[in-house]
Ligand binder design. Structure first.
Ligand code: NDP
Ligand code: 2IT
Length: 449
């Protein structure tokens, strides 16, 4: 069995040797699927592994746009439509200068299993561009988003593919993308994007959903050890959408957030980043689009560091909410040595494979991103449901449904791990549970794709 799985993995690497992060994501999933492939021979007979590692479709296009000096610039646009066995492709758009096909294949692959775990009918997809919104004017971002959509609109739609935000794509970008879609298709109200503003079809709680959901998942893991978040010291990386609301929910549950970061450095606030300070950070990041360094300049007793990382700070709970491979083996070792109890991945694949091994061996409660950060796409699914009904739910209703979904994902991952003899291994539990949902649908539908 091992050699069959290794063969599938080796072919992935041979076909696209430059796509290292995609290989990493595939390896992590395939490794943990071994007991499921052994238990259910039908998956091998139907070549499910060989098919599930290959996107159904990849769309690549050029996006010209005008900069503030009137010069024409060109970036690449992508949409990776990974798997639609259980529903329309669904997943975010990332605008960052590190975006390439390998990165988006890794994210689309992860999204396929994540969406399977949510219990909602959503396939997996991911897209974006190597356009970097940092330092761009509003007009430049608007112009880019509009031109990006003049191609993307041909490939998306409520029954086909429904993008949302990710790094570099927030409420502002979704607004511009949606505006252009509406104009060129002359259609309003169809759910072609999620994360829309609340005045034009967006769901309440969607901005909060990924961060809140990550904390709800951590809360469920802590419960298995009769623990909770009260008075726990929390380190968070990033200060964007996911980080902000992971911090907010941590505060609401009585924890103390002592660190946040951006790509230039990190801040340490021994008194805790309470709601008032967090709102200052939200304004800094979402409106003024400034740097986290300014937080340390504004508030007494806060230190700003550009060396090392927040993971060297003693804490009880760690939530990496920035980007892939941001926690390496040394940092994981520091977290373990300093007594971390739980680690919930708000970001997608933030731990390197060595780092995962270290936290798992130390019996840290460790939640992989495809389970812990599934709250974002879950509320996207709820946004689609509300749009279809031409209706909306209150904040309380959506938050309650989000909470239920996170409790259910935790239970599914926990129970599946136990069923396969690996109690407490959320990586194995989440990978197998997400896989079974999608793989069974692929078998049922025949080898059409
Ligand atoms: P944002 O763009 O809102 O924030 C990203 C944050 O991470 C910023 O603080 C950014 O710093 C930092 N960051 C980004 N890239 C790097 C890097 N290479 N090195 C160090 N810091 C970096 O994105 P989100 O909060 O939406 O996304 C964060 C993570 O969560 C991503 O992994 C994303 O895939 C994942 N995710 C997001 C979901 C969502 O609903 N938005 C859902 C599920 C997962 P700076 O400002 O300096 O760039
Ligand atoms: O990684 C993710 O799950 C997201 N960026 C959110 C996807 C979505 O469709 O809401």
């Amino acid at each position: 069995m091992k050699s069959y799985i290794e063969n599938v993995y080796n072919k992935v690497v041979e076909k696209d040797p430059g796509q290292e992060v995609f290989h990493q994501a595939v390896e992590e999933v395939l490794e943990s699927l071994e007991p499921a492939i052994e238990k259910y021979p039908k998956f091998k007979e139907h070549a499910i592994l060989e098919r599930i590692v290959e996107p159904e479709r990849v769309i690549l296009f050029r996006v010209p746009w005008l900069n503030k000096d009137g010069e024409v610039k060109v970036n690449r646009g992508f949409r990776v439509q990974f798997n639609s066995a259980i529903g329309p492709y669904k997943g975010g758009l990332r605008f960052h200068n590190t975006v390439n096909l390998g990165v988006l294949k890794f994210l689309g692959f992860e999204q396929t299993f994540k969406n399977g775990l949510t219990g909602l009918p959503m396939g997996g997809g991911k897209g974006g561009s190597d356009f970097d919104p940092h330092g761009k004017t509003d007009a430049e971002v608007r112009n880019f988003c509009h031109n990006y959509m003049t191609e993307l609109y041909k490939h998306v739609g409520q029954f086909t593919d429904v993008p949302a935000g990710d790094i570099g794509v927030g409420a502002r970008e979704i607004g511009y993308l949606y505006g252009m879609y509406r104009k060129i298709t002359n259609k309003h109200g169809t759910c072609v994007l999620t994360g829309k503003g609340p005045t034009y079809g967006g769901s309440l709680i969607r901005p909060e959903a990924t961060g809140y959901g990550t904390v709800y998942f951590v809360q469920e893991m802590l419960k298995t050890k009769n623990e909770n978040l009260k008075d726990k010291k929390v380190c968070i990386s990033g200060s964007g959408n996911v980080a902000q609301f992971a911090a907010e929910k941590s505060n609401q549950l009585g924890a103390k957030v002592i660190a946040m970061s951006d790509s230039s450095g990190w801040v340490h606030d021994p008194d805790g980043i309470d709601q008032e300070k967090l709102e200052w950070i939200m304004e800094l990041k979402n409106v003024r689009r400034g740097r986290i360094k300014e937080f340390a300049e504004e508030f007494k007793g806060v230190e700003y560091h550009t060396d090392k990382s927040p993971w060297y700070l003693p804490c009880d709970i760690a939530m990496p909410c920035a980007t892939q491979n941001e926690v390496d083996a040394k940092e994981a070792k520091a977290l373990v040595d300093n007594g971390v109890i739980a680690l919930g991945e708000g970001a997608n694949m933030p731990l390197t494979p060595d780092a995962i091994e270290i936290v798992q061996e130390a019996n840290v409660l460790y939640a992989p991103g495809k389970a812990a950060n599934a709250g974002g796409v879950s509320v996207s699914g709820l946004e689609m449901a509300q749009n279809s009904m031409r209706y909306f739910w209150t904040r309380e209703e959506v938050d309650q449904k989000l909470h239920q979904i996170m409790v259910s994902i935790h239970k599914t991952a926990y129970d599946t791990a136990e069923l396969f003899g690996e109690k407490g291994n959320y990586v194995l539990g989440a990978n197998i549970a997400g896989f079974l949902k999608v793989a069974n649908a692929m078998v049922a539908q025949g080898y059409i794709s």
